[in-house]
Design a binder for this molecule. Structure first.
Ligand code: FAD
Ligand code: UDP
Length: 378
């Protein structure tokens, strides 16, 4: 006799959402996680009364009303709007690329002037590409140059991207940069989505709301006692690394990871913004996050005398580190497809989430995907 309908490996948003839904249907499930806490990468640690995003800054954003209503049914969200600022050699530029950025870069004031400036730089690049017989951008550098021209590419994209991915822009796929919107309006809202915010009280509230009433065990690694865990349930939802699940039989998938250098500062407001990107190559970190700005606004900022910042260093992943970002290149893409073909033939195990699908997944799509899997199962 099995004791559980579902064993869910991983308590990140995929596992927690799936657990919430099957638990509500009256199914018996157990969630296990190898970390000492629940919530996966959205977990926050309270330092000096401030929720510190332990695994990197997380901003919830979506245009999917179903997902937005779902998360708001668990916890209320605040009105945080992500407006990162880029620091290039001590000069500040608003992001995403919008009229404020173009004004700061070139002194242009109207959308028409900005358009002309960008268009002139784009045409230069397109002409050079035509000369070489290139019709479509072949890599991130060409994609960026044909989107925004040389000035923005060199000051705001090249250094940041090469630091973040540890690879030259000419060796990265173009689609990474398509995520950056370009706007001819004075609008510093980073995301185009209809809804965004941070759970009031922090992400741990979202996770504990999802897992309320669900049996959980932390500090246990599925692979340390695989047969035991597999024998406990009719079905397994696996949200860990897919290559590890198959004992790396085709080779190891690669990741990028981030090293965080956290500091508590004896001042209420260090940088005046949650996110500042350092876009020059010579500054070793990519961003500085000041966590209190995610949840405290106006006077509230000064009610806590201290502040917590994290400098983010992007590094190549090695065994024992947290695997954060899948590496989007051909080798890893092909390798993942081999593992996926094994996974597609499993009858008892379902794979989902960032590590099991080896996918650059934001929170809302992860939740949507867990909802979809649940709907397939009932
Ligand atoms: P995870 O959160 O990684 O959860 C997987 C869980 O499985 C982990 O808790 C892990 O410990 C556990 N596990 C793995 N292997 C085992 C095992 N063998 N045994 C037991 N447990 C195991 N998204 C946004 O929407 N906005 C953002 O601003 C944003 N910022 C991000 C910043 C960073 C630095 C990173 C890395 C991601 C960011 N994301 C952001 C993406 C977001 O973190 C993910 O979409 C989401 O957390 C994925 O949930 P998941 O459940 O798939 O994975
Ligand atoms: N990017 C950049 N300069 C910036 C911010 C982003 O060049 O100041 C590029 C970089 O290549 C990055 C991509 O845009 O990989 C996507 O960045 P985004 O912040 O949207 O994604 P995240 O790193 O948060 O997943």
């Amino acid at each position: 006799m099995k004791r559980y309908d579902y064993l869910i490996v991983g308590s990140g948003l995929f596992g927690a959402t799936f657990a919430y839904l099957v638990h509500k249907e009256g199914k018996k499930c157990l969630v296990i996680d190898k970390r000492k806490h629940l919530g996966g990468n959205v977990y926050c640690e309270n330092v000096e009364g401030i929720n510190v995003h332990k695994y990197g800054a997380h901003i919830f954003h979506t245009s999917n009303k179903k997902v937005w209503d779902f998360v708001n049914s668990i916890v209320e969200f605040n009105r945080y709007t992500n407006s990162p600022v880029a620091n290039y050699k001590g000069r500040l530029y608003n992001l995403p690329f919008n009229m404020n950025t173009f004004y700061q870069m070139w002194g242009v004031v109207t959308p028409e002037q900005a358009h002309e400036k960008i268009e002139a730089q784009r045409q230069e690049v397109l002409a050079m590409m035509r000369e070489k017989g290139v019709t479509e951008p072949r890599n991130l550098e060409e994609q960026a140059l044909t989107l925004v021209g040389k000035d923005i590419y060199e000051k705001l994209i090249k250094g940041y991207t090469e630091k973040q991915w540890g690879r030259k822009c000419t060796e990265l796929p173009s689609f990474i940069i398509r995520r950056l919107p370009v706007r001819l309006v004075y609008d510093n809202n980073y995301f185009n989505d209809k809804y965004q915010g941070i759970p009031i009280g922090g992400y741990n509230k979202l996770v504990s709301g999802l897992l309320e009433g669900v049996e959980t065990k932390t500090g246990v690694d599925f692979f340390e006692n695989r047969e035991y865990w597999e024998g406990l349930a009719d079905r397994i939802v696996f949200t860990g690394k897919i290559d590890e699940f198959y004992d790396y039989r085709f080779g190891k998938l690669e990741y990028r990871t981030v090293r965080f250098e956290n500091e508590v500062l004896d001042m209420p407001n260090y940088q005046g913004n949650a996110v500042i990107n350092y876009t020059e190559r010579d500054v070793p970190y990519t961003r500085v996050i000041e966590h209190k700005h995610f949840e405290m606004f106006g006077q509230e900022i000064y009610e806590k005398p201290k502040t917590v910042i994290s400098r983010e260093y992007s590094v190549e992943w090695k065994e024992g580190m947290e695997p954060y970002y899948p590496v989007n290149d051909e080798r890893n893409g092909d390798l993942y497809m081999k593992y996926k073909s094994l996974a597609d033939n499993e009858s008892k195990v379902l794979f989902g989430g960032r590590l099991a699908e080896y996918k650059y997944y934001d929170m809302a799509p992860v939740i949507e995907s867990a909802i979809n899997l649940f709907q397939k199962m009932i």
